[in-house]
Design a protein around this ligand. Structure first.
Ligand code: PLP
Ligand code: ZN
Length: 418
């Protein structure tokens, strides 16, 4: 038994039974992405949040009753989620905020928040006896799908990654045994090729936006934040945004908890985009509808948030509007500076797209979008090891030294360590 009641289209009142379709609403096309809606009344009666907190499951399957999977489902073996939520007083002081929390998603099994979505999609594929799962990705979703599918004899993973993805993000899925195609084009070109391939060859698509199970996976980060704070929402949750799928998942997680009466309010969601890839931020500022958003060329060093046509645009705009949140944009330079900032002040090692969130908080404070008294949670979405070349650009070099203690002493005096 699962409380999964129906699919509901984000653009209208269209509803579909579980199992009736896999992807988007047939009436509204790719803009009509689907929410998975539960029987909240029966969940309120049958579920106890304290029993979840008191349980032994130290990964996101602690929330299985709040996910669209039966209790006896075969689940992929990697342990995803239940990542640490750190209190970050030094970062708070530096940025001029009273209270900052940071959720380190870089410690997931393949190094990013994408594991949450891939885990749900692989579980669904196992349930449905699917043989091939495919996705387009700037790298992290590819690694996540490959990692979650690794070791499963019955499932093949096919990936479409832009040719200029960081080398670690290409090597990692290869090591997990996936079939990796390097597409001569942008992420959006890879996305379109993957969509065609899935239609043509009957593969199951994990593509961001179209597969409603990805939102349900990503929502578990919000469930964890609320639980780790003692079942409540902070004032603001900040996260970087490319396709808009993570911020949509975060919204859905808090929305579910509000339906259950387990939290009292939605947090305001702060979406952080790169200045050079700001399609959603611009649409939000201009008050555009999702249908009015056009594909635009983008340019940023943060590959994970480079999206010419954000695929989860309908849900992402809803998330920010309904939560009374906002979008901000940050420069590549500011993003890079934020890598050592998070490293030094919190011990969190972030790739550029993840570090962007700290730059976004500074920007939002400056613009008066958040107040220094707001309690804010930053989601650090991916590990710094994913793109080591950019990390090296963000720090001063290491100090070369001969193996001689007298030279060392002189150098230590020079830099004031002696
Ligand atoms: C995918 C990703 C994002 C952006 O998520 P969207 O759902 O595309 O908005 C941000 N940071 C990292 C590290 C990612 O992998
Ligand atoms: Zn619809």
């Amino acid at each position: 038994m699962t409380a999964f009641q129906e699919f509901r289209c984000v653009l209208g009142d269209c509803c579909f039974a579980p199992g009736e379709l896999d992807y988007t609403c047939p009436q509204h096309g790719e803009l009509g992405t689907l929410d998975i809606v539960y029987d909240y009344e029966s969940l309120r009666a049958s579920l106890d949040r304290d029993a979840i907190s008191g349980g032994q499951i130290a990964n996101h399957w602690r929330y299985l009753p709040l996910l669209p999977l039966a209790p006896d489902s075969q689940l992929p073996s990697l342990s995803v989620g239940w990542t640490p939520l750190y209190c970050a007083p030094r970062l708070a002081e530096k940025l001029g905020m009273k209270q900052i929390w940071i959720k380190d998603e870089g410690v997931n099994p393949t190094g990013s928040l994408k594991d949450r979505a891939s885990s749900l999609v692989v579980a669904r594929a196992l349930q449905a006896g699917i043989e091939v799962v495919a996705t387009a990705s700037t790298g992290n979703a590819a690694a996540a799908l490959a990692g979650l599918g690794a070791g499963l004899e019955q499932i093949e993973i096919v990936l479409f990654v832009p040719h200029d993805a960081p080398p670690a993000k290409i090597a990692q899925p290869l090591a997990y045994g996936a079939h990796v195609f390097l597409v001569d084009g942008s992420y959006d070109d890879a996305y379109e090729l993957c969509t065609r391939a899935c239609a043509e060859f009957g593969w199951y698509s994990r593509n961001t936006g179209v597969n409603p199970f990805t939102t349900e996976g990503k929502k578990t980060v919000a469930l964890e934040i609320a639980e780790q704070l003692g079942w409540r929402a902070p004032d603001v949750v900040a996260v970087s945004v490319g396709d808009g799928s993570i911020i949509s998942g975060i919204y859905k997680g808090f929305w579910d908890l509000l339906q259950l009466g387990w939290i009292e309010k939605l947090p305001r969601l702060l979406g952080v985009q790169a200045e050079g890839s700001a399609v959603l931020a611009n649409a939000w500022r201009a008050g555009l509808s999702p249908a009015a958003i056009k594909r635009r060329a983008v340019r940023t060093i943060a590959d994970s948030i480079a999206a010419e046509l954000p695929r989860d645009r309908s849900k992402a705009l809803r998330a920010v509007r309904e939560s009374h949140g906002a979008f901000v944009t940050v420069s590549d330079k500011h993003m890079l500076e934020s890598i050592p900032l998070l490293g030094r002040l919190c011990g969190v090692f972030a790739e550029p797209a993840a570090a962007a969130v700290a730059a976004g908080v500074e920007q939002a404070l400056q613009e008066g979008i958040i107040d220094s008294n707001d309690e804010i949670c930053l989601v650090s979405t991916g590990n710094g090891l994913k793109d080591i070349d950019r990390v090296r650009e963000s720090v001063a070099g290491a100090l070369p030294i001969p193996a001689d203690v007298d030279v060392l002493r002189a150098r230590l005096e020079e830099i004031g360590l002696l």
